[in-house]
Design a protein around this ligand. Structure first.
Ligand SMILES: NC(=O)c1ccc[n+]([C@@H]2O[C@H](COP(=O)([O-])OP(=O)(O)OC[C@H]3O[C@@H](n4cnc5c(N)ncnc54)[C@H](OP(=O)(O)O)[C@@H]3O)[C@@H](O)[C@H]2O)c1
Length: 257
């Protein structure tokens, strides 16, 4: 059945793959982004009829603005995919960047859901795109991990709060994925640590599977999914494993703020 889908971060590597996948499944998309040209280019290659909505998600009122701009249209599915990342020593991070991370990765998704919820009916579905780095606290990704970890707990609590409403809340945590989100330093670090990097289509497929199944959360990739479980049960084991990587991680941190 065709669903109305609101997708943030549609112009990015993962968002674009999600848009292509869900358009091919026959759904109707509203693509949210900042860059009208990039969204138009994406719209022109999608099968079916879709719209774009221009909004900077760093704006304090972004959530309310998006819901206002939707007019009479209420999405069946909201996918919060937009995000930014930084790989830095926390004490060297520019505070404005830390606030921006929290705004775009956590506060705006929460604000958008807060503004949209009164309109959502049973059967609606909210999907928050998180990260393995929100499940496992990792050196260099302290602020990013805080934003994604916050989004994970928010998703869990809201899912439980809404379980008698028929509104689903899902959390999807990709591992490293081949997109422009990762800086050259982050790509070098992934290579140095032997981290596997997924194609964005892997995340898009997982989104399609979440929509079709009753699952509420998923971590992508092995051994990452296993490590998230060990981290939850035996964090000191993970402390020990990460301490062996610390010199390598610190050698790859971005110097700019
Ligand atoms: N790539 C990975 O390794 C990886 C791993 C795990 C999780 N994730 C998560 O997956 C999601 C998508 O990331 P990606 O890899 O596709 O990154 P990406 O290619 O850099 O795309 C990021 C998207 O977020 C949007 N965005 C950023 N700042 C924005 C703002 N102020 N206002 C509106 N939109 C904004 C970008 O729009 P513009 O085009 O306007 O900049 C873009 O569409 C993110 O939440 C990320 O944390 C990624």
């Amino acid at each position: 059945m065709t669903k109305r889908i609101l997708l943030t971060g549609a112009s990015g590597g993962i968002g674009r793959a999600i848009a292509v996948r869900l358009a091919n499944d026959g759904h109707r998309l509203t693509l949210v982004g900042r860059d009208a040209d990039r969204l138009d280019a994406l719209l022109s290659m999608l099968s079916g009829s879709h719209e774009s909505l221009i909004q900077d998600l760093a704006a304090a009122d972004a959530g309310v603005r998006i819901v206002d701009a939707l007019g009479d249209v209420t999405p069946d599915i909201l996918i919060n995919c937009a995000g930014i990342q930084s790989l830095q020593r926390f004490d060297a991070s520019d505070w404005a960047l830390v606030e921006r991370l929290m705004r775009i990765n956590l506060l705006t998704p929460m604000a958008l859901i807060h503004a949209l919820l009164p309109r959502l009916k049973a059967g609606s579905h909210i999907i928050n795109i998180g990260s393995v780095l929100g499940e496992i606290g990792y050196p260099g990704y302290v602020a990013y991990g805080a934003s994604k970890g916050g989004l994970m707990r928010f998703s869990e609590a809201l899912r439980r709060e809404l379980q008698d409403t028929g509104i689903r809340v899902s959390w999807l945590a990709p591992r490293a994925t081949d997109t422009a989100l990762n800086s050259p330093e982050a790509n070098d670090l992934n290579r140095a640590l032997g981290n596997r990097v997924d194609d964005p289509s892997v995340v898009a497929e997982a989104v399609a599977e979440l929509i079709a199944s009753p699952k509420s959360s998923r971590v992508l990739g092995f051994p990452e999914a296993l490590f998230t479980r060990i981290n939850a049960l035996l964090p000191r084991v993970v402390d020990g494993a990460i301490s062996k990587q610390l010199d390598t991680i610190k050698a790859h941190l971005e110097e700019k703020s």
